[in-house]
Design a protein around this ligand. Structure first.
Ligand SMILES: Nc1ncnc2c1ncn2[C@@H]1O[C@H](COP(=O)(O)OP(=O)(O)O)[C@@H](O)[C@H]1O
Ligand SMILES: N[C@@H](CCOP(=O)(O)O)C(=O)O
Length: 293
């Protein structure tokens, strides 16, 4: 039996829709895989009542198929589903890493990224690897076509999760299908600023590059209190604020000294909007780790 811890992730970071992602040092899913003649899945933990155990519906089923590696799979969810923290991706990432080792498939971590990404197509309707890439590889990842580039940054973050569920599938439907050239130029500038900030480990540049005017405004509409929470985070010292993944989580970049205050300001602002929430004080962290073999 192999046990793997795969971290939560925050995709897009505003300006990098379907391209940028970061691994968070918490929360995480912990998944055990054991060889079997037929695949079975058991799910416990955060939001497990909403997660299917049928291999055709769970993200890990597609990974089992792709690696031709049937197993008993136990998923202990630390990451609530439909929260914008890559919950479905973390399980797929953990199973890809675990089965690769259990069955001696010999694939590199980078080669496991598209395999884990197949699970995402099952739940969101389209394959996107911007969550599975950081969950497997760690750090800040840039998924461009079939290639993934990794930067080892360590930016302090707050991920605030309201008690609202927004599925990635639904949140992909509200995105405008076209953007003006002006907006494209603006997005390129923002994304370049953010990527440079990651290379320099600068919370200020990363925060500056998180603002986007194409995808985020449409998704913010699905999150009660978003504008107030964003403003409260800035007032408490955040360097940038955006929707985490497809939402409803809200992500703030910051300096360590302001992190605690930002977390409580975000929770208070959601409460003022009538929404309970939980804030994780976190930072960019490492990728999936094998805990037991
Ligand atoms: N192993 C899994 N972990 C979490 N969610 C899963 C898993 N397998 C299937 N799902 C389904 O995926 C959906 C959540 O995925 P998604 O909408 O992309 O949000 P998230 O940002 O949490 O990944 C839920 O409908 C959930 O039932
Ligand atoms: N690029 C995807 C990322 C979805 O992230 P999740 O954590 O909400 O699953 C998108 O924006 O649709």
């Amino acid at each position: 039996m192999i046990t793997v811890r795969a971290p939560a992730t925050s995709a897009n970071l505003g300006s990098g829709f379907d391209v940028f992602g970061v691994a968070l040092d918490r929360p995480a899913d912990v998944v055990s895989v054991e060889k079997a003649s037929r695949t079975t899945i058991e799910v416990t933990g955060a939001g497990s009542q909403f997660i299917p155990e049928d291999p055709k519906k769970n993200t890990v089923g597609a990974v089992v198929e792709a690696l031709d590696a049937p197993a008993h799979i136990k998923i202990d969810k630390g990451i609530r589903p439909a929260s914008g923290l890559g919950s479905s991706a973390a399980s797929a990432a953990a199973v890809a890493v675990g089965l690769n080792q259990l069955y001696d498939r010999g694939l590199t971590r980078k080669e496991l990224v598209p395999i884990a990404g197949e699970g995402e197509a099952v739940v969101s309707g389209e394959p996107h690897v911007d969550n599975v890439a950081p969950s497997i590889l760690g750090g800040f990842t840039i998924a461009a076509g079939d290639d993934v580039t990794t930067v080892r940054a360590s930016i302090p973050l707050v991920a605030c999760l309201p008690e609202i569920a927004v599925s990635t599938r639904d949140a992909r439907r509200v995105i405008p299908s076209e953007a003006s050239l002006d907006d494209v130029v603006h997005t390129v500038g923002q994304a370049a600023t953010l990527a440079t900030g990651m290379c320099r480990n600068s919370p200020d540049l990363v925060g500056q590059g998180m603002y986007d005017r194409v995808v985020t405004p449409a998704r913010a509409e699905l999150i009660t209190g978003y504008e107030e929470v964003r403003q409260a985070a800035f007032d408490a010292g955040a360097t940038g604020v955006t929707v985490s993944g497809a939402g409803p989580g809200v992500l703030a970049a910051c300096h360590s000294r302001n992190r605690r205050e930002i977390a409580s300001a975000m929770v208070d602002a959601f409460a003022d909007a009538g929404v309970d929430s939980r804030a994780y004080q976190t930072r960019i962290g490492k990728g999936a780790e094998v805990l037991d073999y």
